[in-house]
Ligand binder design. Structure first.
Ligand code: CA
Length: 251
């Protein structure tokens, strides 16, 4: 029998020092799906773009099977890509959105993403970034043209190389792996990672319950002036212990 997990959650979003919040997010509590999207293109367009992505993810009919749901969620992102791209073409504006989506099924997870919204996993003392930013600067790092420290300070550090709605075609990255008891996932927009270091984020995830961690991470961004909207979803995984099946119950 597969192991399964119960999830404890914290989700917060704040406009920071911006006038409006162009981030959107969703918690599909009964479906074990969580997502953050960060819109761009000026407020009305950016908010509409990120909400269009989140609406598509919210409406996706899921099966509870990891591989199938991964494909269904990818199709939802592609449908949002078409809708945003067509709206942009009609209004002669460039608008778009990032997305990072996490889905948990039994003892496995899948994470899909486009852009620079990130997923992290805290497992014991290890804090790893599951996603790889689709930014021009990250592309330069991977081609050996820039080191990581220079990348963070680079003036073009937030220029996306890939976003939902910008082009008619879109490729989506995904990572799948096992879940372990005690795993804590974080989904966030770049309003957090632009002002907080990995170690500061990991400290809060390892010492606070998900709701308190989500609030504390947003407060950390606000304390630092929050130049951008900030959205975080924290998902902690507790293994569900099942009573052993009685002897002879299975053939
Ligand atoms: Ca942002």
């Amino acid at each position: 029998m597969n192991r399964s997990f119960r999830h404890r959650l914290g989700a917060r979003s704040d406009k920071g020092s911006r006038q409006e919040n162009e981030d959107s997010h969703v918690v599909r509590e009964n479906d074990d799906v969580w997502a953050v999207a960060d819109g761009m293109g000026g407020y009305e367009n950016g908010k509409w773009a990120s909400q269009t992505v989140i609406d598509a993810i919210s409406a996706a009919g899921l099966t509870g099977r990891l591989e199938t749901d991964c494909a269904i969620l990818a199709d939802a992102i592609l449908a949002a890509n078409t809708a945003i791209h067509e709206a942009g073409a009609r209004s002669d504006r460039t608008m778009g959105s990032t997305a990072v989506i996490l889905a948990s099924r039994d003892d496995r997870f899948v994470c899909l993403w486009v852009g620079d919204s990130r997923a992290y996993l805290l497992r014991g003392e290890h804090f790893v970034q599951l996603t790889r930013d689709h930014t021009q600067v990250q592309d330069m790092v991977e081609h050996g043209m820039l080191d990581a420290a220079a990348a963070r300070a680079h003036p073009l550090s937030n220029v996306l190389s890939r976003a939902i709605g910008v082009q008619a075609e879109l490729s989506i990255d995904a990572v799948q792996d096992q879940i372990a008891a005690g795993d804590v996932f974080l989904l966030c927009s770049d309003g957090l990672t632009g002002v907080a270091a990995d170690a500061e984020i990991a400290l809060r995830l390892s010492t606070l319950q998900p709701e308190a961690a989500a609030q504390d991470l947003v407060d950390l961004a606000l304390d630092r002036g929050a130049p951008d909207n900030v959205t975080v979803i924290v998902v902690a995984c507790d293994e569900v212990t099942r009573a052993p099946e009685p002897a002879g119950a299975r053939s």
